[in-house]
Ligand binder design. Sequence first.
Ligand code: SF4
Length: 422
Amino acid sequence: MSRPLPLELPILQNWSCHTCGGCCKQHGIYITAEEQKRIEKQGWTAADGIPDGQPLFVSMGGLGTKRWTRLAHQPDGSCVFLDERGLCKIHGKFGEPAKPLACRVYPYAFHPAGDQITVSLRFSCPSVAENLGTPIIEQTDELNRLAKLVVPNAARNAPAPRLTDQQSLDWPDALLVVDALDTLLAQEELGLIDKLQQAVQFAGLLESARLEEIRGQRMEEFLQVLLHAIASEDRNEAAPPPPGRLAATQFRLLAGHYARKDTYSTKISWTARSVMLWAGWKFARGAGMTPAVQEVLKPVPFAALERPLGSLPEQVDEMLTRYLRVKVQGLHFCGAAYYREPMIRGFQSLALVIPVVLWLARWLASSNGRDAVSTADVVQAITIADHHHGYSPALGMWTFRNRVRTLAQMGQIERLVRWYGR
Ligand code: SF4
């Protein structure tokens, strides 16, 4: 039997479950046929607090698409097994291994990376966003146990994500690119916005480079030269100009996807479709009031989402830098972890999450009648955005991915980062 692959853990991140029950309220939990049978055999009744006639499962998909089963929700949107104290009934009655695998693994994400497995985390969990709990590097035993459950042996042979649509890399060179991006994001002397701007420039230069002949030691040297050139550029101290009109429209449409709340309905009604169409039209127009997309994001003037923040509080800078570094180190931005996108496009999509989060944070503050954005607004905004990033089918669709491509080709990602980071 082959030995388990070593884990590459994020050194900056802490996490323990604080039983907020948020994951059991926000996410649709998809289960296998085997898990469905196991839960059926557990014999849930009204005596366990599951009302008679309450379905445990919902069947999704159909009409030519693959069918999936997920756990049903209670009327308030929480999982059918979540109790009034925010605890899992399956866990309470039968122990942690009896829960669906998706619940056991959350908020971790494991990605094969050649002869190792990288570990990332989902910032849709507020405890991850706020860095609460035990350092991840002290959780190796538990993570090894989970990795065995979710990463098949065949994953050792998984190819590295492509660099671009046209250029592929082997794992050692792909990991050099990851290290280079992380090096830029790790610069302690720079604030988040400057570091991210450099990383976006670096990704743009790599995208236009012809690297067929550059491998191994030469790749390492080439990346060092690029890093040096970017780090020695003069910093742009001027007030950032607003994004161009077309870029602003594309950005609002993109950010609007992150603002939505999934309903997990089996069918999308005509009413829901009309609401989505109306919201799309409002985002494209960007004038007047924002559409009502979910309870916490109330109608506010679009102009309020463009107001300056002043300098980012240190905690926000730390949290968003940690977000980017955990996602980059954990390969949670490209390939199998992100709609099979190549590394450069995946990184550009990840970079755009930062202006999206700061746009959502302004929206949350305004929804509560405040001009000033608080750290708590940014925590809530990152949990909303990361709920979708890499997981929502809408973000994997051609239209969404093409928006990222268009913004990158227009050179507007850096401008959006600076504009919403100001
Ligand atoms: S099965 Fe348990 S852990 Fe999973 S979502 Fe439901 S309540 Fe939460």
